[in-house]
Write a protein that binds this ligand. Structure first.
Ligand code: S3P
Length: 172
């Protein structure tokens, strides 16, 4: 894995397990794990909830896109994106050029059961959350090179399927 671009990019709705699977995957591949949300929070010096509250969602999406564009160019290993990141047209254009984008798919019921009422996730308070979920799924499916249902799979099972896909992808 000599390329600097991330070997695997994980996208998916909140609660899909992007960070947990990403860590496991990176561990198994012996590579670094990067979480775009964590990078944004470290660099901004505040939480994503703070950014939403102070600057609003559009400002967050812009910052998120710029951060991810940099991470796609500069990081290797496994990169997990925030749950709405792949809706940004600029980010979509970058992801379409990437050979291994995995959509960890989760239905809304399982997603909410996993996240609970997490105050760190401002999108969970949106009244139109079901519509947001419904809008995102086909977009994420279309961008991904691999779509994986996570609702009935353990973290290890999900990581195993992604590992097998990485192993059989010559360009990664
Ligand atoms: C968001 C999901 C969050 C985070 C932000 C917005 C979304 O990431 O990027 O709160 O729009 O679904 P996780 O999917 O890691 O919770």
């Amino acid at each position: 894995m000599t390329d600097t671009r991330p070997a695997v990019v994980l996208i998916g709705f909140m609660g899909a397990g992007k960070s947990a699977v990403g860590r496991l995957l990176a561990d198994r591949l012996g590579v670094a794990f990067t979480d775009s949300d964590a990078v944004i929070e470290t660099e901004a010096g505040c939480t994503i909830a703070d950014i939403f509250a102070t600057d609003g969602e559009p400002a967050f999406r812009d910052l998120e896109h710029r951060t991810i564009a940099r991470l796609l160019a500069e990081t290797d290993g496994v990169l997990a994106l925030g749950g709405g990141a792949a809706m940004h047209p600029g980010t979509q254009a970058l992801l379409r050029r990437h050979p291994m984008v995995v959509h960890l798919r989760i239905d809304l019921g399982h997603a909410l059961a996993r996240t609970g009422d997490d105050a760190r996730r401002p999108m969970l308070r949106r009244a139109d959350l079901a519509e947001i979920h419904a809008r995102r799924m086909p977009v994420f499916d279309a961008i991904a090179t691999l779509v994986l249902d996570t609702a009935d799979r353990s973290l290890t099972q999900v990581a195993d399927v992604v590992l097998a896909a990485v192993a059989s992808a010559p360009q990664v």
